[in-house]
Design a protein around this ligand. Structure first.
Ligand SMILES: [Zn+2]
Length: 243
């Protein structure tokens, strides 16, 4: 069966610190993966040797590509939205860009952040969640964006959630999980992808003890599927997915 997975993130490094386990596990079972990152991360706290936002953006763009390759991501694209400004982006335009990509790549499964903004409650993560969720539903709608390609409805939408918090941050209000991925088999690759983000090395240093303790599982919430069902626990994000 030919499986395709789309993951939509806000910043270079989201693809590994948040979704790296899911992506590497999928790559190991031969799934074709696409990651769309909306910004180049110019507003980051940690700036490496960059002397300007533009320079940092270029560095982080290259780090994103290196990380995707380590994780086994076949297609990666970085859009040109402004880091830390996504809440001011036009939702209809942003969702349209994602609808276009969903209709051309035709993923069965879509991953993105939850509406809480993830462990660091970043507003950009909340916006990515909203826009991707809209695009997931609108890609298959005969009432939406008919000029943007042939209708296509993915079968599963998962939001990232968490079972732990960062000790030095205001905690998010996470959704309950329905999917637990044991990522031990790819944990080292997730860390290696994180290390490819050399400009963010101090962040990795700071968060590594937390990930060492809690990061051997990734938790997700099943948000949408074609079959009405009670919430239940799963360990396979492709369970029941048809070609
Ligand atoms: Zn982020």
């Amino acid at each position: 069966m030919s499986l395709r997975l789309l993951c939509v993130v806000a910043h270079p490094d989201d693809e590994c610190f948040a979704f790296g386990g899911a992506l590497a596990l999928a790559a190991d079972r031969g799934v074709e993966i696409s990651v769309i990152c909306l910004t180049d991360g110019q507003a980051a706290t940690y700036r490496g040797s960059a002397t300007s936002g533009k320079e940092l953006g270029e560095m982080r763009r290259a780090e994103f590509v290196a990380s995707c390759k380590i994780l086994g991501v076949a297609h990666y694209e970085l859009l040109d939205y402004q880091d830390a400004q996504l809440e001011f982006a036009n939702l209809s335009e942003l969702a349209g860009k994602l609808v276009t990509r969903i209709r051309s790549f035709r993923p069965q499964v879509v991953l993105t952040f939850g509406s809480d903004g993830a462990l660091n409650t970043h507003p950009d993560h909340t916006v990515v969640s909203a826009a991707t969720t809209a695009a997931f539903h609108w890609a298959g709608s005969p009432k939406r964006y008919l000029e943007l390609g042939e209708l296509y409805q993915p079968q599963r939408l998962y939001h990232l959630t968490t079972s732990y918090f960062l000790p030095y941050r205001q905690p998010p209000l996470p959704a309950p999980w329905t999917l637990t991925l044991d990522i031990n088999s790819v944990f080292d690759r997730k860390l290696e992808a994180f290390r490819a983000h050399t400009s963010q090395a101090p962040l990795m240093e700071r968060t590594k003890p937390v990930f060492d303790e809690h990061g051997h599982e990734e938790r997700y919430t099943l948000i949408a599927s074609p079959v009405p069902q009670p919430a239940r626990q799963s360990t396979d994000m492709f369970e029941g997915v048809a070609e």
